[in-house]
Design a protein. Structure first.
Length: 77
């Protein structure tokens, strides 16, 4: 029974990590596409859009890293 619980913990951690990475990739992809669209429509606002995009991407990466750490903790607990 102990081996089954450990195997399920590893499976859950792997699935959770995969979902976190997929979500982050989709979020950053949508963010970048919207930023490029905004810059194409208003080139004079490129600096402001780029700054907001970088801050948002960093926040998405931070949440993803937190999710991956939680998955690792759950796998080895």
């Amino acid at each position: 029974m102990e081996k089954l619980n450990l195997a399920l913990a590893f499976l859950a951690a792997g699935l959770g990590a995969g979902l976190a990475i997929i979500g982050a990739g989709a979020g950053i992809g949508k963010l970048a596409a919207s930023a490029m669209d905004g810059i194409a429509r208003q080139p004079q606002a490129a600096g402001n859009i780029q700054t907001a995009m970088i801050i948002s991407a960093a926040l998405i990466e931070g949440v993803t890293l937190f999710a991956l750490v939680i998955c690792i903790i759950l796998a080895f607990k």
